[in-house]
Write a protein that binds this ligand. Sequence first.
Ligand code: MLT
Length: 411
Amino acid sequence: MASINDNYLKLKAGYLFPEIARRVNAFAEANPDAKIIRLGIGDVTEPLPEACRTAMIKAVEEMGDRNTFKGYGPEQGYAWLREKIAAQDFQARGAEIDASEIFISDGSKCDTGNILEIFGHDNTIAVTDPVYPVYVDTNVMAGNTGKANDKGEFEGLVYLPISADNNFTAEIPSQKVDLIYLCFPNNPTGATATKEYLKKWVDYAKANNSIIFFDAAYEAYITDASIPHSIYEIPGAREVAIEFRSFSKNAGFTGTRCALTVVPKTLTAKAADGSDVELWKLWNRRQSTKFNGVSYIVQRGAEAVYSPEGQAQIKELVSFYLENAKIIREKLTAAGLSVYGGVNAPYVWVKTPNGLSSWEFFDKLLQTVNVVGTPGSGFGAAGEGYFRISAFNSRENVEEAMKRITEKFKV
Ligand code: MLT
């Protein structure tokens, strides 16, 4: 009989968001008249920018003409898209990233998981706690951890606690770790990192020959001019960091699918024979073997983000969600709750009141005001006692949810 990858059995029962959906669906079935407002999963609700739609419609027409039809595209993504990304997202901010170092993909979730394939299984891996659960679960699946303890912490991972005490930015570890996941603006806490803080990580990584996985999926939400959008704005980061970016949260592509990963050609790690190997070569080899690229139509849609109209439209989209976040922060504060984040990020991180656990607060909010959020404990043991509210929804729903919480929810 065939055998399975036993590492999957170490995982907690379900991925966080499907588990929330399961509970919400059960509640909805039992209470068919309840008008549930979902501020749980960070999924966008507003339509695609017009510039992206127009570009994609044109691309569909091109696919209908034998003279402009496209078959397989380059596995790394079309050069016209990568060049615009390199120029506008990186070089314009003083980050020396070349178009050849950019890989277009169908999502940052996939890439942050898949990147582990080019690394060995003997690395010491650090994650913050709380953390985006994909980083942990993909390491479990890859066999990079032992079993979970009662708190859900996996043996073999180094957990770096983040809380209000350290502004939700982890202390630089005293021990040596090989791979470090950093996410700024942070999911789930909405925290941001200063240049000085990121420099400490870059210096640490250089001193310890570590690699930083920098998830910048929410960089478009940075409004404060002093906050870096890319780790490559920090001198030396080209030698130590891989960066993940996405069109999901800036241009509403969660259902359209397009993202990018930057693997600088200056980045190396050790082979078993002691030689230094270029990570770009390995990732390129992986992608060209296992991936056929993102569709031409979608890449044309992503390219339109870099046009003047596209830039104005995504700015408007991001401002819309940031205004939602502001409303959430203000109303929850007025309701007597302690809130964090939501200023340069679409997530508001809330301390649960009266010592309620994260799931108790989730149930109470669902049952009393029919509002769904995400229990902080789903992001890690140190997320217990916190709750995440996403600003991704219509204005009407956000206002209605906050009205219900301020008027009917007794803290
Ligand atoms: C979240 O709610 O954390 C998001 O769904 C993350 C993601 O985009 O995968």
